[in-house]
Design a protein around this ligand. Structure first.
Ligand SMILES: [Zn+2]
Length: 93
């Protein structure tokens, strides 16, 4: 991986190497920092246990990006969180 932290930014934590990206919630165009998955209003919609699992698996994965199990666990948790938010938005727009 060769992520450029950009001019003037010293990577102090692994997550600070990640570029900002769009909120993962469907239809949301908010830009969020690289280390978070969704903007706060959408992240709030993720059930707490699942949100914890996303954070836990993300931390494990960011510690060892080459650990395929950690990557799979994070991807699974993330997909579930996104699906949960999508379902929430569909039933309660
Ligand atoms: Zn959002």
């Amino acid at each position: 991986m060769s992520l450029n932290p950009g001019p003037g930014r010293k990577p102090s934590r692994p997550s600070s190497r990640l570029p900002a990206h769009r909120c993962a919630a469907p239809g949301c165009s908010k830009t969020v920092p690289g280390e978070v998955l969704m903007c706060y209003p959408h992240w709030r919609l993720v059930p707490r246990a699942l949100a914890r699992e996303v954070t836990r698996s993300w931390l494990a994965f960011s510690k060892d990006p080459f650990d395929q199990d950690a990557r799979a666990a994070y991807n699974r948790a993330r997909e579930q969180a996104i699906a949960g938010v999508a379902e929430h938005l569909r039933t309660r727009p």
